[in-house]
Structures are given as C-alpha cells and as structure tokens.
Design a protein around this ligand. Structure first.
Ligand code: MG
Length: 260
C-alpha cells in the first residue's frame, strides 16, 4: 500500500543512469595507438600520457574556444581539443614534428567519444531500467536534470529512450544550483523530492541546501568532479552503492514506510 506521501525523483544522467568513461577510454586508447605508430613506438607510457592529457583537458574548461567565442567548458569540443593539445605538447617535447593534418585527425578521434553507437551498445547502467520501471509503477514523478553539451545529452536521451520514463520532464541545464533545486521544489509543492546522483557537489549538496532529500550513489569518474564525502552526517542524505538498491531503499526507509 502507498502512504500519503507523493514522491518526485530528480535523476542525474551521466554516471548515474549511464556510464560515461567507456567511450572516452576507447577514444583515448585509439589516440594513444595513433601516437605510438606515428612516433615509431618511442612514446611515454599510456598511464603517464593519460594523466598529462587529463590536466590539459581540465585547464581547457576556462579557455575560450576561438571558433565559438565561448569557453570550452563542458562542451563536446573540449575533449577532442585536449587530445590535439596533448599531441602538440608531445611535439614540443621532441617526440615528432607538429603537423596540422595530424592535429585534425587527432580531433576526429576525440569526437569518437561522442559516437551515438557507444550509447546504444552500453545502454543504461545495470538495473537502471528495472529501477525506473519500478518507480514509474509506483506512480512517482520522475524528472531528469542533466548538465552537459546540449547535442550530446539530447542524443543520449534519444538513444536510451528516456522519454519512456521522464516524458516532458527532461531538462538539459548549464548548472545545478540551490536555486535550480528550489525552483524544482516549487514546481512540485505536494511532493517529497529526492535528488539522485553520483556527484556530491552537483547532485546532492545544492539539493539539500534547497531542502530536498539526496540519494547519493558515489561514482568518481574524472578529476573535474572531485570525490567528496558528506562533511557531516545529514539526515537528508542517503547513500547507496548501486542504483538497483533503490528497491531496498524504498522498501525499508522510513520516508516510505511511515505516512507523511
Ligand atoms: Mg553525474
């Protein structure tokens, strides 16, 4: 039996409902293989180059993309450019002579990280579909709020057929702030809202500041999202390790087992 409470789940997409590191890793491996052959196997180790390249990628976030006149930020152009800059750095360090055609080819490899085929192959995270089906059967409200490149996020949403669960409640945003979550709460005044996501800084902290509940499923993917545990025990934050534990959470947490 359902209690009197009505629930609204605000889901994050990247590394909550789908894994994102796979496609980046494939692209980076392809880039590494290309460099390896280009420089005739005289090349620093893959893991070392990965660390250097990630640093270049992070620094690019605040740099203005000359083609578009806006910072690279979280756009799809940042990662390919970071590979091209990594190639350029290798040339400056004497591994080879810089060539603009090679740089262009390297950028193409970078764009492979956004190949829709990868999203299709991977699908949702394990148990993701069953979890969303379950919440939908409970007649809970489901909202998707995702940060990132508009075209990339739209493509993921389309390929993963997320409208099956989220309908019109799909929002691609530039930020997830306390104000954003407050507006969300005002839109569902009769509901208990729970923000679900892998990033404490983006999905949980601003949500609890806006007096939502937070369901934290930690998953550290890259340096731009530092892994951060809750500073203090907060009664509005719950933590599970995998998305399918939502079944257990709903079955046992007093938010669900006692009436409002
Ligand atoms: Mg995420």
């Amino acid at each position: 039996m359902r209690g009197q409470r009505k629930f609204c789940w605000v889901f994050d997409l990247d590394d909550t409902l789908m894994w994102t590191s796979y496609a980046y890793s494939i692209a980076f491996r392809e880039f590494y293989d290309y460099m390896l052959k280009l420089f005739k196997y005289r090349l620093i180790e893959l893991r070392t180059l990965g660390t250097i390249s990630e640093k270049i990628d992070l620094e690019l976030r605040t740099e203005v993309n000359p083609t578009l006149g806006v910072p690279y930020g979280y756009s799809r152009h940042r990662f390919p450019e970071s590979l091209s800059r990594t190639y350029q750095m290798l040339c400056e360090k004497g591994f080879g002579r810089f060539n603009e055609l090679v740089a262009s080819r390297v950028r193409d490899i970078g764009y492979r990280a956004f190949d829709p085929l990868f999203y299709q192959e991977q699908g949702l995270v394990e148990g993701g579909k069953e979890t969303l089906d379950f919440l939908q059967t409970r007649e809970d409200e489901l909202v998707l709020v995702t940060k990132g490149d508009d075209l990339v996020q739209k493509t993921k949403i389309e390929i993963l057929e997320l409208d099956r669960w989220f309908g019109d409640e799909i929002h691609i945003v530039n930020s997830k702030t306390r104000e954003d979550f407050e507006r969300m709460r005002q839109r569902f005044p009769e509901h208990t809202l729970i923000s679900v996501g892998n990033s404490f800084e983006s999905d949980i902290k601003p949500a609890i500041q806006a007096r939502l509940y937070g369901l934290y499923i930690p998953y550290h993917t890259w340096a731009a999202e530092p892994e951060r545990e809750p500073d203090e025990v907060n009664s509005k934050v719950f933590k599970i390790d995998r998305i399918f534990k939502i079944f257990y959470f709903v079955g046992t947490n007093e938010l669900f087992t006692t009436p409002a």
